[in-house]
Design a protein around this ligand. Structure first.
Ligand SMILES: NC(=O)c1ccc[n+]([C@@H]2O[C@H](COP(=O)([O-])OP(=O)(O)OC[C@H]3O[C@@H](n4cnc5c(N)ncnc54)[C@H](O)[C@@H]3O)[C@@H](O)[C@H]2O)c1
Length: 255
């Protein structure tokens, strides 16, 4: 067997039934990890772990439910003995103008994206500390570094993930746990609409002129999860096709 970049590591991925989380589950198992793939979409999750086969275990987990986190962590500890990698990937988005956003809609996004990430670090992080350390990757967004029109709850939750990741990086270093945030730009997944619609958009406003494939985000998550990033903690890794580099269609005024 060739050496994998995650050999002997146990990794928990949230929101793994589809999109980026599923791409990470497939890649991490190929790289030698034992993956606990979690989501609320139980059928899609079982399909994924059946497809992957050895190395992947499905575990239903709503990231916003603290009791489910506690049960999941207890199960991982008794079954696998510890945890080395946590990918806090689960997320939802709701879109409406600020002046038409209800408190319920705002809080629904915060509960999954922000509280879910906190609960993951709080409880899976505690298991990682008992296991001797590891790597936490919190999936934020370019929307965790700049505003997102029509998505006030999403931008708030993703900025919170950026700040929580930096704070956790400082606090958890003494437990040999590294914590980094990952900031995708547009990714070709169902989160941003049906495939036919999202592929019909002209992405010329992006330097790379296209959405990311989920595998391209998974490879960045792999770097942060693996020991190859052993000196990275508290960093915010952009994988955005150049979106945050600056405007593409700006010409300086003539002197
Ligand atoms: N797609 C993009 O353009 C984009 C850009 C930047 C960041 N992101 C972030 O990347 C992450 C992955 O998103 P994706 O693009 O793969 O979208 P996706 O919608 O395909 O996947 C999100 C997954 O999270 C799961 N999920 C939702 N609520 C949950 C809950 N309460 N508990 C557990 N799982 C839950 C969903 O069932 C789904 O499987 C999200 O955090 C998202 O905010 C996405």
């Amino acid at each position: 067997m060739p050496k994998g970049r995650l050999d002997h590591k146990v990794a928990l991925i949230t929101g793994a039934a589809r999109g980026q989380g599923a791409a990470e589950a497939r890649l991490f198992v190929r790289e030698g990890a034992t993956v606990i793939a979690t989501d609320i979409l139980e059928d899609a999750l079982s399909e994924l772990t059946n497809e992957i086969g050895d190395g992947a275990t499905a575990y239903p987990l709503d990231v916003s439910d603290e009791s489910k986190w506690l049960a999941c962590v207890t199960e991982i500890e008794s079954r696998f003995g510890g945890l080395d990698v946590l990918i806090n990937n689960a997320g939802i988005a709701r879109s409406a103008p600020l002046l038409e956003t209800s408190l319920d809609d705002y809080l629904a996004v915060i509960q999954v994206n922000q509280v879910g990430c906190f609960l993951g670090m709080r409880h899976a992080g505690a298991l990682m500390a008992r296991s001797g350390g590891g790597s936490i990757v919190n999936v934020s967004s370019t929307g965790g570094l700049e505003g997102v029109p029509q998505m006030i709850g999403y931008a708030a939750s993703k900025h919170a993930i950026t700040g929580m990741s930096r704070t956790a990086a400082i606090e958890l270093a003494e437990h040999s746990i590294r914590v980094n945030s990952l900031h995708p730009g547009g990714v070709d997944t169902d989160m941003i609409g049906p495939a036919s619609e999202r592929r019909a958009v002209d992405y010329g406003f992006l330097p790379l002129s296209r959405l990311a494939d989920p595998d391209e985000i998974a490879r960045a998550a792999l770097f942060l999860a693996s020991d190859e990033s052993s000196y990275c903690t508290g960093t915010a890794l952009l994988v955005d096709g150049g979106f945050m580099a600056g405007p593409t269609h700006w010409t300086p005024p003539e002197a």
